[in-house]
Design a protein around this ligand. Structure first.
Ligand code: ADP
Ligand code: ASP
Ligand code: MG
Length: 657
């Protein structure tokens, strides 16, 4: 038997639901099929928003409710054949009426306790499963199954714990009866369960994956398939790291680490039931059903990469308990974590210095107030006598590198922390699990996207990437753009992926983080409506959060040189034949060099294979120079994070066209 789970992204529109039906009906039905569905995309959030509006007696709650009503009614019109439409419509209308009653109750109460939130959220999956079952029924017998009939949980509403003994027995009994009488396709509601006294619960956001694994494990399925909107588990979140790629095979442990540390593609709870019964999980793309997907199983042959994936969790606060009173005093950590556990605070990462002088731990922002109050209470004496202090750092993100093969390979953490250091990203805490399968560090959330891309580049990307913004389009700039265009394939073959993300002259600029097509840059620049202002440009480039980028200042303009500090703060290297920076007043020159040293440690470093830094950039330019039959500008461009005072730039002309 087989379990197929379809997430909200696969059920966003009637068109997508038809695609889901095609996949389900395309399965060989020699064995029983269980289909687990989430709510239609976005509906759980809309339901919870409705509940919160109702609790505040906000009149908009009825409008929000009606939107949900319209969406489900129109799905029935679209998907359910006329023969059964009346009975399905009646079933859906009954659910919608019940939902309206619950929301009304919340409004009267002026409060939406977790128990009520779970009841409200449950309608998303109940409505979706009824409609998907009705649609499948047009082609093959299909039955709606309300998971509350067999998934038994405790009463920790909004993230209830499954009581496995009772749940497994109930599932086996239920499906034995169902499949005993013919072989319908069972369409089961994901995400929801019920306490033993019949109250509706949910098993945590994104929990339908978990439902699929619970049902699959109880029924000893051959495979549990998670159908979603990406080609499988990727080496990083594709929304943040464009170069992320699909991992064909990973182990249960790797999947657990990746999902626990933020890879939303799979709920972390989904792994344990599958491991317990040795059932493989397959993550597949509903929109590209022929793509092979990612197989998650006991063993996974590794490619040549040490790491498998990189993930992150934002929205954290880092708390550091610090003080001499902790040195050599047994039981401090025990007191700290027992106190936190007693308040239900989930600690996500812990790091303790070997001197035992500090214990540093990360918690979710939502838990910060409770955690601080708890620690202050527990350590009130030490804090009172100023023997101990508690520091708080909000807006933090954990970045985790995961992979079974990292174990016993020296240099993995060096690669991770070295690449962050070279890009001037400060690390607030570090933790490595004893399994060596996960190395985590904490950085400012503002650096999350850059940090992920930098580490991904360091571990997985063979080509060195470089994004260039060319300022000045006269002889030098024009020739450079032509050479970059002509020699892109050559540079690519030499392992350099160089894109031009922008061009500016004295009047206007063009900027596109994805790269500008260089065939017609002159026309595009002439048509651009964006007025050139070097400082504003630096701010715009900073927003792109590029990892390896440089401006090439092909002007002799003071205005650009004055904006160098802004460009450096936007994490850009500066490449230039412009001598103006070298004849700045001494104080400004020294300040600029200090800033470069401080922001771009690579300026001081020897070349290394795994980074794009000033030295690699120099390599690229050396290639361009060698290859160019006619180099209009013989003055050398010094490529580095620094503006080199010794550069031979006598021939640089005023090129700000
Ligand atoms: P569903 O609605 O199918 O449950 P989710 O939105 O919960 O889908 O999960 C799929 C999404 O997870 C993807 O669209 C992707 O944006 C995100 N994601 C984050 N990290 C990863 C990763 N490492 N691999 C694949 N997808 C990821
Ligand atoms: N619908 C639920 C949610 O949005 C469960 C799921 O999608 O898996 O969290
Ligand atoms: Mg999901």
């Amino acid at each position: 038997m087989k379990v197929l789970k379809f997430g909200g992204s696969s059920l966003a529109t009637p068109g997508r639901i038809r695609g889901v039906a095609e996949i389900v009906l395309g399965e060989k039905r020699a064995k029983p099929l269980v289909v687990v569905v989430s709510a239609f995309q976005g509906v759980t959030n809309q339901l919870l928003e409705c509940a919160s509006l109702a609790a505040r007696s906000d009149p908009n709650y009825m409008a929000a409710f009606k939107k949900i009503v319209r969406r489900h009614r129109s799905a029935i019109d679209d998907l359910v054949g006329t023969r059964r439409a009346a009975s399905i419509r009646a079933q859906v209308e009954a659910l919608l009426a019940e939902l309206r009653e619950v929301l009304h109750g919340i409004q009267l109460l002026g409060h939406s306790p977790p128990r009520a939130l779970d009841l409200v959220a449950s309608f998303g999956e109940r409505l979706s499963a009824v409609i998907v079952a009705a649609h499948l029924n047009r082609f093959h017998r299909a039955t709606f199954v309300d998971a509350r009939q067999c998934i038994v949980t405790d009463n920790q509403f909004t993230s209830a714990n499954v009581i496995f003994g009772r749940t497994n027995r109930a599932i086996r009994r239920f499906f034995a009866d169902l499949f005993g009488a013919g072989r319908p396709i069972a369409v089961v509601t994901g995400f929801i369960g019920s306490t033993s006294d019949g109250q509706t619960t949910t098993i945590g956001r994104n929990g339908s994956d978990y439902t699929a694994a619970i049902v699959g494990a109880a029924l000893l399925a051959d495979i549990i398939e998670i159908w979603t909107d990406v080609d499988g588990v990727l080496s990083a979140d594709p929304n943040v790291v464009p170069s992320a790629f699909v991992l064909p095979r990973i182990t249960y442990e790797e999947a657990m680490e990746l999902s626990y540390f933020g890879a939303k593609v799979l709920h972390p709870g989904a792994i344990a039931p599958a491991v317990a019964k040795g059932i493989p999980l397959l993550v597949k793309n509903t929109f590209r059903p022929h793509a092979p997907g990612t197989l998650i199983s006991r063993s996974a042959k590794n490619g040549d990469h040490l790491a498998k994936g990189i993930t992150s969790i934002a929205g954290l606060t880092l708390l550091t308990l610090r003080g001499l009173s902790m040195v050599g005093v047994p039981g401090t950590a025990e007191r700290l974590f027992r106190a936190l556990a007693s308040r239900g605070v989930n600690v996500i990462l812990i790091s303790q210095a070997s001197s035992e002088h500090t214990i540093c731990f990360a918690i979710r922002d939502a838990d910060a107030a409770a955690a601080i109050a708890t620690v202050r209470q527990e350590f009130r004496l030490e804090l009172h006598h100023k023997l101990t202090s508690l520091d708080e750092k909000p807006n933090q993100t954990i970045i985790a590198v995961v992979g079974d093969q990292m174990k016993g390979h020296p240099g993995v953490s060096g690669k991770m922390f070295g690449s962050l250091g070279r890009h001037n990203i400060n690390i607030s805490a570090i933790a490595q699990g004893a399994s060596e399968r996960n190395i985590s560090c904490v950085v400012d959330t503002a650096q999350q996207s850059r940090a992920l891309n930098i580490i991904h580049g360091a571990f997985f990307e063979r080509r060195k990437r470089l994004a260039l913004f060319v300022i000045g389009t006269g002889n030098i700039g024009g020739a450079l753009l032509r050479q970059l265009h002509e020699q892109r394939p050559y540079l690519f073959s030499r392992g350099f992926d160089v894109t031009v993300i922008g061009v500016a002259n004295s009047k206007r600029f063009l900027l596109d983080g994805g790269g500008i097509k260089l065939e017609r840059w002159r026309e595009k620049l002439a048509a651009s409506r964006r007025r050139m202002d070097a400082r504003a440009l630096a701010r715009e480039i900073a927003k792109l959060e590029l990892t390896d980028a440089a401006i090439v200042d092909c002007t002799a303009a003071d205005s650009i040189v004055r904006a160098y500090p802004e460009f450096v703060r936007a994490n850009l290297h500066i490449i230039t034949p412009n001598k103006r920076a070298n004849v700045l007043p001494w104080r400004q020159y020294v300040a600029l060099m200090d800033l470069l040293r401080q922001r771009q440690p690579s300026v001081e470093q020897r070349p290394s294979d795994d980074l794009v830094d000033g030295v690699v950039t120099a390599d690229i330019f050396a290639h361009i120079e060698q290859r160019s039959a006619s180099v209009e500008q013989r003055g050398r461009m010094k490529a580095s994070g620094a503006v080199d005072p010794r550069s031979e730039n006598e021939n640089a002309r005023t090129d700000l066209a």
